[in-house]
Design a binder for this molecule. Structure first.
Ligand code: C2E
Ligand code: MG
Ligand code: MG
Length: 475
């Protein structure tokens, strides 16, 4: 009987096809790996400084970001040290760039040694280095590291046949909350470093938020703030105010940010106090008001929001000292075409408790249909009788009470009492800083109708706020 070879050759063909496919897959995998490794190398090259092989600014920011996340999780804190050489320019000029480069390499090694394995050193630019210290207990521990760095740099450095002496000035900032950012930390360390330089170099300083607005930090930022106001570097973000029962967006609060050309987006807490002290709050506040009214009018006109959407704008105490505040508000409304009944001005308790002119301005604003809200209610004044004298429509309960709502009986009692108190005086209540569904439920039980917080949305740039309005409900 002749052999039927067809099935055998079929089998052989299939086996061959499998082997070829396998080889191809292996080849592709190997190529992918090579490319992956190449990409990895390229990425790691782009994250390192080519002279010193230290991490560069991009990698440093990445590491600070993850260290911050860890610190927040573990309730710890981290520190950023900005190390700026005091006399590098002179050495560069007198001995040449080549010698300058060699000096930087020596400095980078000394820095690495002095912070040990606990810290990470990066070169940000020219003669500016940064150190990240994870799990740092307090500012004294960070200051100790700054002292080590100062000592390590003291020993003379041999360059060609000369010995040069270098010193550095160090600015320190500490952080451990989710409000902190790598850029914010670097900025604060920079302010502290400039304050230290102003005191005579070769020393260190820990960032002090109060001092930063009164010493050399103030000089640095004040001139920049003037430019920011003049060149309109600020932007207005918007955070929705939501009806807790239905999820309907009832309003938007305008919150200013400073789009700094180097430091990125700076939150208002870091520059409003300075703007208030320097009087720059007047032009800044005027700009925010106009810009926000223009945006709200656009939402109404383009039917991207309901026509009753309220716009809330914060007004500082100092703005009430301007003689023409009422006229300015009227002018902004007139020029943008926004209905005065859609504008709510937010003021803090301290603003105008005893100032007759400010109280008169409030009544005048109220008389033209504008609403008024008492912001951060519960954090300021203790005598509540002033509320009778002021034409307030809304109390905004400070977020410090909302954060403790589900586990702190006292916070819950304060919120409960505030809602009852507001009802008795015929005022509306808004809860600030709602971060989870549990707080929403608890606030509803307590009779609070309106709320605002990260649970619904963070403050957003105008285009994203518009998308959110068009999309509708928030829960
Ligand atoms: P504010 O008027 O009490 O605004 C609420 C602040 O709480 C905002 O901070 C907002 O981002 C934050 N926030 C809202 N929801 C949550 C939350 O769920 N969790 C947490 N942790 N925070 C939340 P922001 O934007 O940094 O503004 C801070 C303060 O700066 C404002 O407090 C206001 O007093 C002032 N400010 C902002 N814009 C202006 C302005 O144009 N003029 C004036 N004079 N002050 C302004
Ligand atoms: Mg406010
Ligand atoms: Mg507030």
């Amino acid at each position: 009987m002749p052999w039927d070879l067809a099935p055998v050759s079929q089998c052989l063909c299939t086996a061959l096809a499998v082997v070829v496919a396998g080889l191809l897959l292996a080849l592709l995998w190997a190529l992918g790996r090579v490319r992956g490794q190449r990409d990895e190398h390229r990425r790691s090259d782009s994250l390192r400084d080519s002279l010193t092989d230290l991490p560069n600014r991009a990698l440093f920011v990445e590491r600070v970001e993850s260290a911050l996340l860890q610190a927040v999780r573990e309730r710890g804190s981290i520190a950023v040290l900005l190390v700026d050489l005091d006399n590098f320019e002179e050495i560069n000029h007198s001995m040449g760039h080549d010698a300058g480069d060699r000096l930087l390499v020596v400095i980078s090694e000394r820095l690495r040694e002095s912070v040990g394995r606990e810290g990470m050193v990066a070169r940000l630019c020219s003669d500016e280095f940064a150190v990240l210290l994870k799990s740092i207990p307090d500012k004294n521990a960070a200051a100790l590291v700054a002292e080590h760095i100062g000592d390590a740099l003291k020993a003379p450095i041999g360059l060609d046949s000369n010995e040069v002496l270098v010193s550095a000035t160090v600015g320190i900032s500490l952080a451990g909350s989710d409000q902190d950012s790598p850029e914010g930390l670097l900025r604060k360390a920079d302010v502290a470093m400039h304050a230290a330089k102003a005191q005579g170099k070769a020393c260190y300083k820990v960032f002090d938020p109060d001092a930063s607005t009164t010493t050399s930090g103030r000089l640095l930022l004040e001139s920049e703030m003037r430019r920011a106001v003049r060149e309109e570097e600020c932007v207005v973000y918007y955070q929705p105010l939501v009806a807790l029962e239905t999820g309907e967006v009832r309003g938007m609060e305008a919150l200013v940010r400073w789009q700094h050309p180097v430091y990125g987006l700076i939150p208002p807490g870091e520059f409003i106090p300075l703007a208030e002290q320097t009087g720059l709050i007047a032009p800044l506040g005027r700009w925010v008001l106009r810009e926000a009214c223009r945006q709200a009018r656009l939402w109404h006109k383009e039917k991207q929001s309901s026509s009753s959407l309220m716009l809330s704008v914060n007004v500082s105490a100092c703005q009430f000292r301007q003689p023409n505040l009422v006229e300015e508000v009227h002018r902004a409304l007139k020029e943008t075409g926004l209905d005065p009944r859609c504008l709510k001005l937010e003021i803090t308790e301290s603003v105008m408790m005893h100032d007759a002119a400010a109280i008169a301005a409030l009544w005048e604003l109220k008389g033209s249909g504008i609403e008024l809200a008492m912001d951060d209610f519960g954090t300021g004044y203790s005598n509540l009788s002033y509320l009778k004298r002021l034409p307030i429509d809304t109390l905004k309960i400070d977020r410090s009470y909302i954060s403790g709502l589900s586990h702190d009986a006292e916070d819950a009692a304060i919120v409960h009492a505030t809602v009852a108190f507001a009802r008795a005086l015929n005022l509306n209540v808004t809860a600030e800083g709602i971060e989870n569904a549990e707080q929403v439920a608890r606030l509803q039980e307590l009779g609070c109708e309106l709320g605002q917080g990260y649970h619904f949305a963070r403050p957003l740039p105008s285009n994203e706020a518009t998308e959110l309005l068009v999309a509708g409900l928030l829960r």
